[in-house]
Design a protein around this ligand. Structure first.
Ligand code: C2E
Ligand code: CA
Ligand code: CA
Length: 851
């Protein structure tokens, strides 16, 4: 607000001043304006004076001005000084002498204007320079003209006087011009207008040059006065040439001077540099020594092993950590090559790497090597190797850095082993086996001469052992089985545990199929030998499926799948055997798989039924009970016998549901018959128990529930266990048997005579009856041996106070023989075949006595 007010008060002139001359203080402004006004005035006067003159005067004025300007293009710079001399004044002075101050003033103003336009962009400077020139020339020129006129009047205008006067007034002209031009910036800076010292410093020899110009002009004027204008025509170009020559001479001088300066500077710099270089070299040497000391300290005290080594592997220097890594003393290491320290298997790797060190672009290497420790162990070293030039040494060598990574490698190897091996048996696992098999399949595809065969082993009834003896016993059995398989293979064969009790063997270079079959037979024989699990002896067997590379497999999975298929055929063919894969097997196996699914559904959908085979008292000829026998009424295949699906039910775990079903049916059925025919209230029911049932912890409760739900007295239920089941699972079964007896049910040994019952064990078991296997009954007539066996069993039963039952009685002969030998109970087609519940109902109604 206040600023606006003040600028309003100052008015437009001040605003113009502010815009154009912001850096001009009042004194400088006053001087500037004085110079401009004065200059304009004298120039106007000069022009007025000139206007009355002839045109030659104008022409000469213009020529002088032009020449002065031309001369301005060739300034003579004084070497080693900032001053330059422009010889244009010669022509202005000449004009002054010839034409008088008016023409000289106009020419000086014009020359100054053009020159200042070249050097300055500001109009204040472009205007003040010609103004000052006009004033100076008017003053000096008028003075000179007046003096010369006065001298002429007294007859003293000789050349020498003229020369002296011209020099004096030229000096005045220069002084005035210099004072005016340098006065403006001095006033702007607030310095005094007159400054003798600075004036003198400018004046020095430029003033002399001005005087020289003036004297030159005087000489030309004298010549002109005597000889006329023509002499100027000759001399002016000469003067011009002289000025141009001088200009270039000075330029050259200047260049030479500066070159000398540059040289001198370079020499000086070089000297300085060499001095510095010496200092730097000394410094460098000190640093090198220091770094060498540092290196040696670092080398010696490093916690990682370090060594300097020649390209051929000779150790040149070793640090204590390196000695510690290898358990060796330095002398022993320095006397050896690194190759000798590395274990044989890793030497090719080391040689390759060392070989690369001789190459131009070698940048070092990094690898892990196994080395001999002096204590005989092997240490894994992580080795870094690079070039090394020791200060002062002429030849480069290699520097090794080594760290002990044995623990890490051991952990990695452990992990690797875990990833590819079965933790229980130590054999390869499925993953590793598939990897090896993939390799074999690939090789056989590329090269047909490369053959292989694969065996798939599955132990028969392994689940039984596992369930009845516990997992620890199962694990121990697997370990022993694995060992036995491995003992019977060739070193190159690969055996793996695929999971559970499944094993696989890859036999490479199996030229003849026969060799693999021989091997399979050998394996089966070996596996049949009893296994000792603590105090218990277990007899096991394996089923083996075999396939060959001749089928042209594309993947490992295909090979394994077909070997597995063949194994199922071996099982189906009665176990403890081997089967070879053929393409027809595919169908068989898929049938089996389908049946398995169907059985699952059959149990759910009540497609299973129970047949009842009557049991008789042979002496009294009276019906005493039944044996429940499961049947599968298959929607497509019709009524299926148990042997067609029971093994499958056992393998797949469906047995538990199946037993539960039969147990309930049988108990319910018997209870119904007891109720409907009270005369038969003493009838019993025999139910077959599988190995799976006996090892099932819930089995006793399951039996109890069936009895309770049917309201049947336990004494009327007999559970039949085969002799093999009873003996092989005796440890786990003993408790179950006791609990079953406590429950009040009867226990029978089924298929008696086919197993290896130890008589002492048999005596101690809570068994009520022995059921002689039907194979003995069928052969009763064929010879005295068979009769003796049956007789012995009957005697045994009598001794042990157990009821003896004969099954499979197919003829009247057999029945009477058995009766004669003292066998009290019997069952067989001759007496009655297994029949439906309804048929039994009819039988009970119609009469149950044997005829
Ligand atoms: P097993 O316990 O020895 O049953 C007797 C088998 O002998 C029955 O065969 C029966 O039909 C047959 N048989 C009866 N009399 C004669 C005869 O005079 N001559 C001949 N050659 N055979 C006769 P099936 O019904 O085929 O049963 C076979 C086996 O299946 C049974 O043998 C038994 O071990 C098992 N089984 C049957 N039903 C069940 C069941 O519900 N549960 C369990 N765990 N096993 C069962
Ligand atoms: Ca039976
Ligand atoms: Ca039997």
């Amino acid at each position: 607000m206040s600023t606006t007010k003040r600028s309003d008060a100052i008015g437009p002139l001040a605003r113009l001043h502010h815009a154009l001359m912001p850096d001009y203080n009042p004194r400088a402004t006053a001087f500037w304006w004085s110079a401009i006004v004065g200059g304009a005035a004298v120039l106007a006067v000069a022009l007025a004076a000139l206007s009355g003159q002839a045109w030659t005067a104008w022409l000469q004025t213009a020529a002088a001005m032009l020449l002065a300007l031309l001369a301005g293009l060739f300034p003579m710079r004084v070497p080693r000084s900032k001053n330059s001399f422009v010889a244009g004044e010669i022509f202005i002075f000449l004009l002054l002498l010839v034409q008088g101050p008016a023409a000289a003033t106009v020419a000086a103003a014009g020359e100054a204007f053009v020159a200042s336009c070249r050097t300055s962009k500001r109009w204040t400077s472009r205007l003040v320079s010609p103004a000052i020139a006009s004033i100076s020339m008017t003053v000096a020129g008028t003075g000179l003209s007046w003096v010369l006129a006065s001298l002429q009047a007294v007859g003293r205008d000789d050349a020498a006087t003229l020369l002296a006067c011209a020099m004096a007034f030229s000096a005045l002209y220069f002084l005035l011009t210099a004072l005016g031009v340098s006065g403006v910036p001095r006033l702007k800076r607030g310095e005094p207008f007159f400054q003798i010292a600075s004036l003198l410093s400018v004046f020095r020899w430029v003033g002399i040059a001005f005087a020289g110009s003036a004297s030159m002009a005087s000489l030309l004027f004298v010549a002109y006065r005597q000889s006329g204008a023509s002499v100027l025509m000759v001399m002016l170009p000469l003067v011009g040439m002289l000025l141009v020559t001088l200009h270039f001479y000075f330029r050259q001088q200047e260049a030479a001077e500066s070159a000398r300066d540059v040289n001198a500077e370079m020499v000086a710099r070089e000297a300085a540099m060499s001095a510095r270089a010496t200092a730097v070299a000394e410094q460098h040497l000190r640093e090198l020594q220091a770094s060498e000391q540092r290196f040696h300290a670092a080398f010696t005290h490093a916690s990682i092993g370090m060594a300097l080594m020649a390209f051929d592997g000779r150790l040149l220097q070793v640090n204590p950590a390196m000695c510690a890594l290898l358990g060796a003393d330095p002398q022993a290491l320095l006397a050896s090559r690194i190759q000798a320290l590395v274990v044989e298997d890793d030497q090719p790797l080391l040689s390759t790497q060392l070989g690369l060190a001789a190459e131009d672009d070698f940048e070092g290497f990094h690898c892990e090597l196994r080395c001999h420790h002096r204590d005989g162990s092997v240490v894994w070293l992580d080795v870094h190797c690079g070039f090394f030039t020791e200060p002062g040494a002429s030849l480069p060598c290699l520097i090794l850095q080594a760290q002990n990574v044995t623990a890490r490698r051991a952990a990695e190897d452990g992990l690797q082993h875990l990833a590819f091996h079965d933790s229980l048996t130590g054999l390869a696992n499925r993953r590793r086996f598939l990897e090896c098999l993939t390799g074999a399949v690939e090789r056989a595809r590329v090269e047909h001469a490369h053959t292989y065969s694969v065996m798939f082993l599955d132990f028969d009834r392994f689940k039984l052992v596992n369930d009845s003896l516990g997992h620890n016993a199962g694990d121990e059995l697997l370990i022993q089985m694995a060992r036995r398989i491995q003992e019977n293979l060739r070193p190159g064969d690969i055996v793996a545990r695929l999971g559970g009790d499944e094993f696989a063997v890859l036999i490479e270079r199996a030229e003849r199929e026969r060799d693999t079959i021989v091997l399979a037979e050998r394996l089966m024989e070996a596996l049949k030998r009893p296994f000792q699990l603590g105090a218990i002896e277990i007899v096991a067997s394996a089923s083996i499926g075999i396939t060959f590379s001749a089928f042209g497999y594309e993947s490992a999975e295909e090979v394994l799948r077909d070997a597995d298929t063949a194994m199922y055929r071996a099982k189906a063919q009665g176990r403890a055997g081997y089967a070879l894969f053929d393409t027809a097997l595919h169908t068989a196996v898929s049938d089996r798989l389908r049946l398995e699914g169907e059985l699952r559904q059959a149990i759910d959908h009540r497609q299973l039924t129970v047949a009842y085979q009557p049991l008789f008292d042979l002496v009294k000829g009276r019906l005493i009970g039944f044996e429940a026998l499961v049947r599968w009424n298959h929607p497509v295949h019709g009524m299926l016998d148990p042997m067609a699906f029971l093994p499958m039910a056992e393998e797949t775990g469906l047995m538990l549901q199946l037993s539960d079903f039969v147990l309930h049916c049988a108990c319910q059925q018997l209870r119904q018959w007891q109720i409907s025919s009270p005369a038969h209230g003493a009838l019993t029911m025999s139910v077959n128990v599988s190995a799976n049932d006996l090892s099932n912890p819930a089995f006793v409760a399951q039996v109890g529930r069936a009895l309770v739900e049917a309201h049947l007295s336990p004494a009327h239920l007999t559970l039949e266990l085969t002799e093999n089941i009873l003996m092989s699972s005796i440890v786990g079964a003993r408790d179950t048997l006791d609990r079953l007896r406590d429950l009040g049910v009867q226990l029978a040994v089924d298929d008696f005579g086919t197993g290896y019952s130890s008589l002492s064990q048999l005596a101690r078991l809570p068994i009520n009856s022995l059921k002689i296997d039907r194979s003995f009954i069928g052969q009763l007539r064929s010879g005295p041996n068979e009769m003796a066996v049956v007789q012995a069993i009957i005697e045994l039963g009598r001794t042990l106070q157990k009821t003896v039952v004969a099954e499979g009685i197919e003829s009247a002969d057999q029945m009477s023989m058995l009766r004669d030998m003292g066998c009290v109970q019997g069952q067989g087609f001759h007496l009655a075949t297994p029949m439906t519940a309804q048929a039994v109902g009819d039988l009970l109604r119609d009469g149950t006595h044997l005829h």
